[in-house]
Ligand binder design. Sequence first.
Ligand code: FES
Length: 161
Amino acid sequence: MNEAALQEAIANPQNIGEMADADAVGTVGSPDCGDMLRLWLKFSEVDGKKIIDRASFQSFGCQTALAVASMATELLKGKTIEQAQNLSAAELGAPLGPLPPMKIHCGQMVEGALRAALNASSQDPAPATPPTPNQPSGNLAESLVAAPTTAGRIKISLLPR
Ligand code: FES
């Protein structure tokens, strides 16, 4: 694992925050550690192809998940849907190099959020109803408050701004 790349991503994370005008959102929680991550995508069209214009994320997870999500949201810019669908967790966090075994799920959480967002975006037409706790798209922290949880089961780490 590339420690310098990890430290740089932690010190200067990219694309953190809720995206109010997103076209798709995906949320995952890790059964391994209880961490959560939400990814937003905004699409545009270039030469008749739908591409990812920008991506953002919120994470209540570890520093590795934060780093992979930061790198992934940069990597996704300009990718077609097909290209994004084929990206693995290792590719999304490529600058970090191979993750140690106990951290592999951190990258997979980012991949899972991406897949969830892409799957949601392929289900046209998009629902016009506002999000519910079971189909969240807004602020991740607010969803955690709204969702029925057992106190103490979700570890929350505040992210740097
Ligand atoms: Fe669970 Fe990294 S996301 S330890």
